[in-house]
Write a protein of this length. Sequence first.
Lengths: 308, 355
Amino acid sequence: MTFLNFLISGISLGSIYAIIALGYTMVYGIAKMLNFAHGDVIMVGAYICFFAISRFSLPPLVGILLAMLLCTVLGIVVERLAYKPLRSAPSLAVLITAIGVSYFLQNAALLLWSSSPKVFPNFFTVTQSPAPDGTAEQTVRTGIELFGGQLKISFVTIVTIATCIIIMLALTWFTGRTKMGKAMRACSEDKGAAQLMGINVDATISMTFAIGSGLAAIAGVLLCSAYPTLVPTTGSMPGIKAFTAAVFGGIGSIPGALLGGLLLGLIEILAKAYISTQLSDAVVFAVLIVVLLVKPAGLLGKQVREKV
Amino acid sequence: MTMKLKKLSKTSRRNYLTYALVILAFVLLQILSGTGSISSSLKGMLVPICAYVVMAISLNLTVGVLGELSLGHAGFMSMGAFTGTAAAIALQNVIPIAPLRLAVAMAIGAAFAALAGFLIGIPVLRLKGDYLAIVTLAFGEIIKSIFNNLYVGMDSEGLHFSLLSDNTNLLDGGKLIIGGPMGIGGIQKISTFAAGFILVMLTLMIVFNLVNSRAGRAIMAVRDNRIAAESIGVNITKYKMMAFVTSAALAGAAGSLFAMNYSTIVANKFDFNTSILVLVFVVLGGLGNMLGSIVAAAALTILPEALRQFSDYRMLVYAIVLILVMLATNNPTLRSYLDRAKAAVTGKGRKKEAV
């Protein structure tokens, strides 16, 4: 039963990684850049939601939507100002710019919201009204218990996993069926040819950043609901892990991001439970290295043969 | 003399210029600190600047000359810092002369980092591009995790190692050298600016001689076109490994130098952000341009201090400066303008070269 508990929390953490990894993988697939500022967009999203709920006492759903909206705008603005002028520059220049953006977001957050940790409210709760005959008082439940309390699943976990599934289905539909999604796939295949076919490449790239940043906001809210300490560097480690997850599954591939994220979350939680809490990160990265040795392009990545 | 200089190739002239400028900077700083005209905060930064300069040059060997992106260079620095400092503490009574002990410590740090570089290189160099980058990142994090959980003690029976918790069971009179997340404490600060200068010069010599040798040309051939290099019989793995291990060893020496400038050192100091910091030096200085790496490392180490007047805003300003510099140096209009200006200034020299 404890194993089942670990399994569920692993899938939950993995779902969060998967949602973040989607942003990395989509941007990489289309713009061929490692967007190191992606992890910090998560943090910005979480802060926006936090302030919307606790400072302006907006309902949680409005807070999440607001965070998504503002992060989407942030993603588009950053892309326009910092990445678009470097479209033809060498990839390392773009990488350093992304790191600059990451520093910028972290330090701006530090100035705006200070380094003191904020405790993120858990709003995935169910309030049970008091029983009419007075036998039970009003209680706030944060999760459900199965098998007589042996298996506890919090609502955050359920919402996280459900959100991840919905996002995956929506994205699969979006990239497969809609015009914009097809344009995205075309751009990731061959930008020049896509432009010749009348696809607006710049708009497509902007759209990718917008979707990625919106997803990052959702991931930020879910991450902070599960691990409720919010500081300006909250996003960096999950960002690196999600980037690892994206590579794990094969960077550029959307199902790969899901698979990589889930596996990474599972490995991390199981390593924490059965090997060592302190060395869990080392185990995660060691597994990544072994996987890349066997499959150099990730689990679902396409191995492109070089032509001479 | 001028004739002799002219006879030299463009690269060797450039290399001599680099040596000369480094020596000039060292002499100048020594005179200034002798007369007490540099601030104490800058004085305290001289050794870290030397360490970062060596880090930048060695990473430039991997990124600029070998052409592979490494995101885990701080891991080698960490390796060198911990093994070198532990060696210095263990040898405290054996080698009483501090500069000699520092040299031995740096050599041991470099050797261990080279070993780590070799072990990491076996899987890493089979991969390509961003996959290689992520594996170096992973190794950097693994090295950090291990040093965060490693306990090393020394007593009359020799060295004792344990992982995760302190099970070294030292005898009376023994002492714990590496204390897991507490790192190494009570380090004797034996790093000096002069030692840093010597290390920088040594690094430059090693890198320049490597780059200008047959092996260096093979390394650059692998970078420019792997398949073509392979087809004319260049042993790719060997030359990639050569550049990677050299780079790791130099980073290890820099780590030892860096660590022995402080009284305590912890593994978290050498994290992903440190790797990125060094990468920023390399990219801003110019890929393959060692002088650029030196200038960028020195300038960007001083910059946050120099921005102190902005107090809380300094890292924000740093980030904005970084973005603006990247945008400006890669802006096509600005670039063509700069090229034209350059051509106007050195117009004659250019034509000569073309012939």
